[in-house]
Design a protein around this ligand. Structure first.
Ligand SMILES: NC(=O)c1ccc[n+]([C@@H]2O[C@H](COP(=O)([O-])OP(=O)(O)OC[C@H]3O[C@@H](n4cnc5c(N)ncnc54)[C@H](O)[C@@H]3O)[C@@H](O)[C@H]2O)c1
Length: 334
């Protein structure tokens, strides 16, 4: 067992701040330094996390020999350059999803990770959510027989901020990537075919931005099983994630409100209090994925969500977008 892990966080926005908090709370790690071009983000970190080093330039973190591990939570377009520099600086890496902006970049990162034998973990936090973890265990135990169908949905409470849309990769990449990784992991089989549809049903500003607020994906898995995913920005002020896996002997449902005959949300007559945002719904999962990162690096374990997983999920999400644009099913190629 190694000493406490010295960590740096690059990018202190919504996710970076949350990850910095998880590091501070973890007894096996020290938050040594943070970097962000925005002074107010650094000021907030200094106020909240005490004696840490702050910088506007992330390369200051990479140059420090006493920092073994970095969390990268910057806008996706910046991931590739920062990853290349972090890998060549010999850091152990946690990077937010999507691993990179393009599949070609993701392939290059996979090759670099292999070449340099680097630790890299991608931020698919659902794999650490207690409900999803239990479901995975149940499936692997054989209790529901063979998993033969998966039905999954993810609904955001509102439309994305306008400035975020061009850098998000669009609905299928920004949101759908989580669902695609999740069902691939739970079903234990690769997705080989996707047919996707999309539309703007509520947030009309997305029409001028080449994006949609509602998407559907029909999936075929390599072992012949099937699935479907709904992604949406239209959940009326709640954040709603559900997954159902149907097996040959039983089924497992994650995230359902099973104790009421029906519920209403997002109106005055609301009958159920659901989370409003991913940071609430997956609070434990975010903390557990960083705990797994710290534990794996300290104890030289394999990454539970590696660069290949990041690349596969990005390729699936881009293929879904491609299917939507071409109105035809796409056979997945890597
Ligand atoms: N896992 C999830 O549930 C989830 C949810 C939202 C976002 N994300 C991902 O997290 C990443 C960040 O998203 P966010 O919502 O936190 O964005 P954000 O805009 O809130 O934060 C990004 C931060 O990075 C900083 N930054 C920009 N360039 C930088 C650089 N070169 N060096 C250091 N800092 C830099 C910005 O100033 C900002 O503070 C994206 O890749 C996004 O896809 C993941």
């Amino acid at each position: 067992m190694n000493a406490k892990l010295n960590c740096g966080v690059i990018g202190l926005g919504r996710l970076g701040y949350r990850h910095a908090l998880s590091i501070v709370k973890n007894k096996d790690a020290n938050l040594v330094a943070v970097a962000d071009p925005m002074d107010e983000a650094l000021l907030r970190a200094k106020e909240d996390f005490g004696s840490i080093v702050t910088s506007n330039d992330y390369t200051d973190i990479l140059e420090r020999k006493d920092i073994e591990a970095v969390v990268i939570a910057t806008p996706t377009k910046t991931h590739y350059d920062i990853l290349v520099n972090a890998i060549s600086a010999g850091k152990k890496i946690f990077v937010e999803k999507p691993i990179t902006f393009t599949v070609d970049e993701a392939k290059k990162i996979c090759n670099l990770v292999k070449e340099k034998n680097t630790y890299l973990q991608v931020g698919f936090m659902r794999r650490f959510d207690p409900g999803h973890v239990e479901a995975k265990k149940l499936i692997e135990s054989g209790e529901i027989g063979e998993p033969i169908y998966v039905h999954d949905c993810q609904r955001d409470p509102c439309g994305p901020p306008k400035h975020y849309v061009p850098e998000s990769g669009g609905l299928f990449v920004d949101m759908g990537i989580h669902d695609l990784d999740c069902v691939r992991w739970l079903m234990g089989s690769e997705i080989v075919r996707i047919y996707a549809q999309g539309a703007v049903l509520k947030h009309n500003y997305l029409k001028d931005m080449n994006d949609v607020d509602q998407g559907q994906m029909l999936l075929t898995f390599a072992n012949g099983t099937l699935g479907d995913i709904e992604v949406s920005r239209n959940a009326n002020d709640i954040y709603d994630v559900r997954t159902e896996i149907i097996g040959t002997k039983g089924s497992v449902f994650i995230g359902q409100c099973q104790n009421k005959p029906f519920i209403t949300v997002g109106s005055d007559g609301m009958t159920y209090n659901l989370p409003h945002w991913c940071l609430d719904r997956f609070e434990q999962a975010y903390e557990k994925e960083i705990a797994a990162f710290i534990d794996s690096v300290r104890n030289e374990k394999e990454s539970p969500v590696n660069a290949y997983d990041g690349m596969v999920a990005l390729n699936l999400a881009k293929s879904a977008r491609d299917s939507f644009e071409k109105s035809k099913a796409i056979d997945i190629q890597l």
